[in-house]
Design a protein around this ligand. Structure first.
Ligand code: IPE
Ligand code: IPE
Ligand code: MG
Length: 233
């Protein structure tokens, strides 16, 4: 069985998992974050080279203040400890999304962990924080327009290659497999440009309990697909 080179995950269902156990939503987020830390080692073990996860969208600010605060605290905790530990184990970490929109200390933690892990050659792990694909595309378009206005870029130079290399994901290949947990079948503003030829896998399993066996199932399914473009075999 061949592992996809790049797996993207929409980690959904923390709240529903918590509710099903009679816990508050924040307990679901804590368990989901722990699951993500475990998933870094599992993905690496299964031969995945790039793992890119959606942790907080540009729309998620609309949730209650308490929930947003609990999520920011988890990101702090994991950028300082859990992901840092992975970085000491050769995992390279990148943070995508609109960084200036994050609390100042989180921006610094993101800068710091990227710098700390920049020479690591193991799993290439990317976490999307305050990420929205439309926001990412708008930022890219505005910057290209500024370059054109300044006379540094010709409009016809804005091609596929230019766009791909000016998005937050410029250092990553396009995803081969997208997994969304917890039953929804929408993209929720995730990697719209990058997913052009990605295979989509959905499962009803909630993110906090999406483990190794579930990831293996997704990879098995991926291996049954007959891919045309992207990284077609
Ligand atoms: C995903 O779980 C985590 C984030 C979006 C931060 P949800 O919080 O969306 O869980 P559900 O969808 O309400 O179950
Ligand atoms: C998508 O999940 C965002 C993340 C997993 C971070 P949501 O739960 O926020 O998406 P919707 O609201 O169901 O589209
Ligand atoms: Mg959700």
């Amino acid at each position: 069985m061949q592992a996809p080179n790049h797996v993207a995950i929409i980690m959904d269902g923390n709240g529903r998992w918590a509710k099903s156990k009679g816990f508050p939503r924040t307990v679901g987020h804590a368990k989901g974050a722990q699951n993500l830390e475990d998933m870094l080692y599992i993905a690496d073990e299964l031969g995945i080279k790039y793992l890119t996860v959606y942790a907080f969208s540009t729309e998620n600010w609309k949730r209650s203040e308490d929930e947003v605060m609990a999520l920011m605290n988890l990101f702090r905790q994991y950028l300082r400890n859990g992901f840092k530990k992975a970085a000491r184990n050769n995992v390279r970490i990148r943070v995508i999304g609109y960084r200036p929109g994050l609390p100042q200390d989180l921006q610094e933690l993101a800068d710091e962990i990227e710098e700390f892990s920049k020479d690591n050659t193991g799993l290439q792990f990317t976490i999307a924080l305050n990420y929205g694909s439309r926001d990412e595309l708008i930022r890219m378009m505005q910057s290209a327009a500024r370059e054109v206005a300044a006379g540094n870029l010709k409009p016809e130079e804005i091609d596929e290659e230019y766009v791909s290399s000016h998005l937050d994901t410029k250092d990553l290949p396009d995803p081969d497999l997208l997994i969304r947990t917890s039953g929804e079948q929408r993209v929720s503003n995730y990697l719209l440009w990058q997913l052009a030829y990605t295979e989509f896998y959905y499962t009803d399993v909630h993110w906090p309990v999406f483990g190794k066996a579930e990831l293996q199932k997704a990879i098995e399914w991926y291996n049954t697909r007959d891919r045309r473009y992207g990284n077609a075999k």
